[in-house]
Write a protein that binds this ligand. Structure first.
Ligand SMILES: Nc1ncnc2c1ncn2[C@@H]1O[C@H](COP(=O)(O)OP(=O)(O)OP(=O)(O)O)[C@@H](O)[C@H]1O
Ligand SMILES: [Mg+2]
Length: 595
């Protein structure tokens, strides 16, 4: 039900509270330049793109001068030919700019994505607990697309626009100072209207994006848990919730349309006003004989150019801010240090006891293990038991080095865990988690997940057989080629767990760490896994968390955990004699079975 509660909580949060996430609240250009230094970008192409675009602007500046001459009656071949060449050259530049820009944009995005992806897979697990996959995906898709485009089209457009604007501004003063002055007076008005309109538009757009994000968040929080909605008969409630989110989004969207229409009307009116001034002034000056019609037409063309460039320049700030935000979001991922891995020793051939020495550990603020010490003897079976939430699975997470203890250390073969290379350490451990996770793919791919190098069909079958999975795998029409669905949803809990066992066995690990599922297993699967364990302990060191007390009776050592601490340890017989909690757990389970 947790997700549905989350949704309610989600509903209570205003979208402004959540907004669009940026971890770097204080935005600076540091992440942008850091990314430029870290990612190998196609600079030669970016420069080509910029130069071609600058050339296009230069040709744009030349064209009115030839038009002016033609209007003044110069129909010479040279003038007409150059005018045509200028127009064709401009079109060619535009085509090259589009093509090279698009290509560069894809390359940029690909390089950013590879860079983020390489970083992501090496981040500590704690990072993924704090960030939703959706958010990480959007950094690697939408944000990289924006920055990739900015570095191809964006920068060259900014430079060529500023160049065109400056050129047109200088040139119009070469005509008639009164025309130029009237234009110069209009520009600040356009600027003021543009700034005010831009600010409103930016705000409204942000709000709209926030509402869209909320709506998407709601749908993706509910849909994967639709079974829960049905089980608790919440269809009507969720239908209403969904409609509320949709309505909120569309209300904001209508408001946004109103504002953007008003904004666009205001900016159009300033342009109309400016054009009117130029036309009226032009008519007056031509009548007056101060300028000829050719000059006036050239001036008019430059004024238009100035206007267009000005509109683009007005948007540059928004574009820069958007890219700054994207870079900050990307840098918030890439700037996180990867999992620590200073060790150099290989753990492949290790044979010795694994020792937990004075381990204290907290997830964020919550202390889960407090000065825990015990040894997992080589070649023996150690079982950890205790009430729910005692910290049993956490011990296994630390053994896998998914987290690092806050105090104390784990040793293996009398050497500290940190001395071993992380990946070789993990490969030396066959870990079967409480909630066995599978990748979308075939059963074979899942069983072979942890192995590198050539693995024969025979080995895969043997691992499946040892895990008591062969029978059910072969009962499927496609056998080992059966697709398990996303997170193995096409398999039962017991089947998933047995595939996870086969996967761990195929790794030929030095130690097997098994977190027994609390649920999922039917009596038959329970029995089968019990038998599997019996076989495995003959030639494996096993550390297992057990929830069924009958499973641990013949373990070589049993650790009893209670709320962050070890309450006792020993064999079943010893603990039955000396440990009240253990005795209670055994009695409770016996009662349950009797009932
Ligand atoms: N990733 C996490 N972030 C924050 N707290 C966590 C996390 N994982 C576990 N906890 C908390 O740590 C405590 C110990 O959890 P742990 O999973 O080790 O218990 P457990 O003994 O395995 O319980 P169970 O028998 O139910 O599987 C619990 O209170 C749990 O809420
Ligand atoms: Mg657990």
């Amino acid at each position: 039900m947790k997700r549905v509660e989350d949704n309610n909580r989600l509903q209570m949060m205003s979208s402004d509270e959540k907004g669009i996430e940026t971890e770097n609240k204080e935005q600076s250009w540091k992440p942008f330049f850091h990314l430029l230094r870290s990612v190998k970008l196609p600079w030669a192409l970016i420069i080509v793109c910029t130069l071609v675009n600058l050339l296009q602007s230069q040709l744009g500046l030349l064209f009115p001068q030839y038009t002016e001459k033609i209007y003044a009656g110069d129909f010479s071949r040279e003038i007409a030919g150059t005018a045509v060449a200028v127009v064709l050259g401009k079109a060619l530049c535009m085509a090259v700019y589009q093509y090279v820009g698009r290509y560069t944009s894809h390359l940029n995005q690909m390089r950013f994505q590879n860079y983020i992806w390489r970083k992501l897979s090496r981040l500590p697990l704690s990072y993924f607990e704090k960030h939703e996959p959706r958010d990480l995906i959007s950094r690697n898709t939408e944000d990289t697309l924006t920055v990739g485009e900015f570095l191809s089209y964006g920068i060259s457009r900014i430079l060529s626009t500023v160049y065109g604007f400056a050129g047109a501004f200088i040139l119009i003063f070469g005509y008639d100072w009164r025309l130029a002055a009237s234009m110069a007076v209009c520009l600040p008005l356009c600027y003021i209207v543009g700034v005010i309109a831009g600010r409103y538009y930016f705000k409204m757009n942000n709000r709209l994006q926030g509402k869209l994000a909320d709506m998407t968040r709601y749908f993706s929080a509910v849909l994967p848990y639709i079974t829960l909605v049905k089980l608790f008969g919440q269809e009507n409630r969720e239908e209403k919730n969904g409609e509320d989110w949709i309505e909120r989004y569309y209300k904001t969207s209508f408001c946004n349309t109103l504002v953007s229409t008003a904004v666009s009307f205001a900016t159009t009116m300033t342009t109309v006003l400016q054009t009117l001034v130029i036309i009226l002034m032009g008519v007056w000056l031509v009548r007056d004989g101060s300028i000829d019609i050719g000059d006036w037409i050239a001036f008019y063309m430059y004024a238009n150019m100035l206007n267009n460039s000005f509109t683009i320049i007005m948007n540059i700030w928004g574009e820069l801010k958007r890219n700054q935000g994207c870079c900050a979001r990307i840098a918030a991922v890439t700037g996180i240090p990867a999992e620590e891995n200073p060790g150099t020793l290989g753990a492949g051939e290790i044979s010795g006891d694994m020792e937990f020495r004075n381990i204290t550990f907290a997830y964020h603020e919550k202390k889960v293990l407090d000065n825990v010490s015990f040894t997992v003897p080589y070649g023996k079976m150690t079982a950890v038991v205790g009430p729910s939430g005692a910290g049993k699975s956490t011990i296994l997470h630390l053994a896998e080095r998914l987290y690092t203890p806050d105090e104390g250390q784990i040793l293996w073969g009398q050497k500290a865990a940190g001395e071993y290379e992380l990946h070789s350490w993990r490969r030396a451990i066959g870990y079967i988690p409480q909630d066995a996770q599978l990748f979308a793919g075939t059963i074979r791919e899942n069983i072979m997940q942890g192995v590198t190098g050539d693995i024969g069909e025979e080995q895969v079958r043997r691992a499946a057989m040892q895990a008591d999975a062969l029978e059910f795998i072969e009962s499927f029409e496609k056998g080992f080629d059966t697709e398990v669905g996303e997170n193995g949803t096409k398999l039962s809990g017991g089947q998933r767990q047995r595939i996870a066992i086969a996967r761990a066995l195929l790794m030929n690990a030095r130690i097997l760490i098994l977190d027994e599922a609390t649920s999922n297993l039917d009596a038959e699967a329970e029995y089968a896994i019990g038998q599997t364990l019996k076989e495995l302990r003959k030639d494996h060191t096993i550390l297992m968390v057990a929830h069924r007390m009958d499973r641990v009776k013949d373990a070589d050592q049993i650790i009893v955990m209670e709320h962050t601490r070890i309450q006792g340890s020993g064999t079943h017989e010893e603990l039955m004699q000396s440990n009240e909690l253990y005795r209670q757990m055994v009695d409770l389970q016996a009662e349950r079975i009797a009932v």
